[in-house]
Design a protein around this ligand. Structure first.
Ligand code: PLP
Length: 448
């Protein structure tokens, strides 16, 4: 009782106490007792340049001194134009207009609403259902939660979520459709794709507005890339049934997987890309969406140029200044080259660890977004009992030893494997990667 009375913070977990961080230096966070934590997951895969970069802090302060807030209903800033142009030029051809929000949930909410307005304006007003995937996370607002597949978070709000549909994402390592990858490849009959079409037909194509997916599944599965060709097939289906394809790059965008956007690797042009986290390298709450010219033309022709939506803090000048400065650092420091180099190195070191520990069943990912699947025994294919909270426990030990990871559990019923995401800042150096692997190696011994 005393602690509740003396503590005014509504913590993520009200029964837990959290270290108080006083500052950060590069890839490390330091708490009030001087303990150092190697940030092996960039916070929530957001602090992509590490901590304490004066250039970004100063750019934010300069903007705050000039104009900390203008309302985009009436005014804009130069910084807003510059950042939109920089992002638009990084995005695939034909995705040119950039809309800003403060977080990834809002970005996905905006994308799904835009898809709906686009259809409505074109006379397809029945199109309102979004199809998402069970192994996915798109945010915590009711719309983005409804599209996502985080069963625990969804459960608390059932039955009041939006009536969205779900399919399974391809996870060839443990195929949810019980298919064999080689078999799929040889006969080109992919259940993970035919199930999307079946779902569209069952719902009625005239009712389906958008399909939303992460290009590489992040928190719900632990950095799982799709099999080559999957998204091309999804694109074909979306074209066939006039469905807006939203690719959620909130976690993968801005170099995390070795290219500016992971969309480059899945070889399609989406209708909307949503982004967040890495755009400001975590220095400010900033996110948004990049929209295909076709949708923009629809808005101009049919809706008098107006998207019926908007947030007070869209394009907040200080957040936008943080984004501009962060993207400048990514470019100047040639961060993409480092992601490929250190990503390969980390991947190989984790494969070595897999040889050593039977608790690692799979190492996967791209660039510096790498996941390991944790099991009780790889040879016996024995999964951890979800009640053991293996990934959480492992991360707890790692934190004691001075590194923090991003733990997660399978999304459908909690029994499909535990995982850990390893996603250090994109400018991490080899010495830090070695330290990450050393601490992980030591932490894994708790399962003995
Ligand atoms: N989409 C993806 C892929 C994410 O990983 C996240 C956050 O983890 C979100 C959306 C939600 O973003 P936010 O927490 O900024 O609302």
């Amino acid at each position: 009782m005393e602690r509740i009375e003396n503590d005014y913070v509504f913590h993520r977990d009200l029964k837990k106490e959290y270290p108080i961080i006083t500052h950060g230096v590069g890839s490390y966070l330091i708490d009030e007792n001087g303990k150092k934590y190697l940030d092996a997951c960039s916070g929530a895969v957001a602090a992509n340049l590490g901590h304490g970069i004066p250039f970004i802090g100063e750019a934010m302060a300069d903007q705050a001194k000039k104009a900390a807030f203008v309302h985009t209903m009436r005014f804009e800033t130069k910084a807003l134009h510059q950042l939109a142009e920089t992002i638009g030029k990084m995005a695939p051809d034909q995705l040119n207009k950039v809309y800003f929000t403060t977080g990834g949930s809002e970005a996905n909410e905006s994308a799904m609403k835009l898809a709906r307005q686009y259809h409505r304006d074109a006379g397809r007003s029945q199109k309102h259902i979004v199809i998402g995937r069970w192994q996915s996370y798109h945010g915590n607002t009711i719309g983005s939660l409804s599209a996502g597949g985080d069963v625990k978070r969804r459960h608390a709000y059932t039955p009041n979520l939006l009536n969205y549909a779900h399919v399974y994402s391809p996870y060839c390592h443990r195929c949810p459709y019980d298919r064999q990858h080689d078999d799929c490849l040889s006969n080109q009959n992919w259940t993970c794709v035919t199930d999307i079409e079946r779902t569209i037909l069952e719902l009625g194509p005239e009712n389906v507005s958008a399909f939303i997916a992460e290009p590489i599944v992040g928190s719900q599965q632990g950095a799982v890339p799709p099999p080559p060709g999957y998204f091309e097939k999804v694109r074909e289906l979306c074209d066939r049934y006039e469905i807006v394809l939203i690719i959620d790059e909130v976690m993968t965008g801005f170099g995390r997987t070795g290219t500016n956007f992971a969309t480059e690797q899945i070889r399609i042009t989406p209708d909307i890309i949503t982004f967040g986290k890495g755009v400001s390298a975590g220095y400010a709450p900033l996110a948004g969406m990049i929209v295909h010219d076709r949708l923009i033309e629809g808005l101009i022709q049919n809706s008098d140029g107006k998207f019926i939506h908007g947030y007070t803090y869209s394009g907040h000048p200080v957040a936008v200044a943080a984004g501009l400065a962060a993207l400048d650092v990514y470019k100047r420091e040639r961060v993409l080259d480092n992601v490929i180099k250190q990503g390969d190195y980390l991947f190989n070191r984790l494969l070595e660890l897999k040889q050593k520990h039977t608790y690692i069943a799979d190492v996967r990912g791209r660039g510096l977004l790498i996941g390991i699947e944790l099991v009780r025994d790889r040879e016996l294919d024995l999964l951890f009992d979800p009640a053991e909270k293996a990934a959480d426990r492992l991360n707890g030990i790692a934190m004691e030893l001075g590194a923090v990871f991003y733990p997660g559990a399978g999304s459908i019923d909690g029994t499909k494997g535990e995982h850990l995401i390893i996603s250090p800042p994109l400018n991490a150096i080899k010495k830090e990667i070695d330290e990450i692997v050393r601490i992980l190696d030591e932490s894994l011994t708790i399962f003995k």
